[in-house]
Ligand binder design. Structure first.
Ligand SMILES: [Zn+2]
Length: 130
């Protein structure tokens, strides 16, 4: 990957990071009542409880992405040559994939083996594709 391209991805990562940090915490909404009074009668608040669960899982997803953004930025600073390479097998990640997710750290094959670890007979190894 050339420097100009890497710099462009770095800027996108910085923008993503700023955007996510700027959004703040989803569970804190201006104009809401004191959260301690909302949880006072839990049995009568199933919807509120559910929406809190959803909000907190959204927060988890977002902080996971934020963590990956931070890691990708650290990687660009520490070891620029490794940016755009799969952290697992070391193969270059296709440009299109990086365009979609500049924080991506795995190639499609490695990502799939993470997403579907229940392959019968154990994990498929990348070397099988060579
Ligand atoms: Zn890989």
């Amino acid at each position: 990957m050339d420097d100009a391209k890497r710099e462009r991805h770095r800027k996108r990562l910085l923008a993503l990071k700023a955007e996510m940090l700027g959004e703040g915490d989803l569970t804190i909404e201006p104009g809401r009542e004191d959260p301690t009074s909302v949880g006072a009668d839990e049995d009568s608040q199933p919807l509120s409880e559910m929406s809190q669960t959803i909000a907190s899982s959204r927060n988890r997803n977002r902080s996971a992405v934020l963590g990956r953004v931070m890691e990708a930025l650290a990687r660009i600073d520490d070891d620029p040559a490794s940016f755009g390479l799969c952290t697992e097998c070391g193969e270059p990640i296709p440009d299109k994939r990086i365009e979609l997710m500049p924080y991506v750290e795995l190639c499609v094959e490695c990502q799939q083996s993470h997403d579907a670890p229940r392959t019968p007979g154990g994990r498929r190894h990348l070397r099988d594709f060579h």
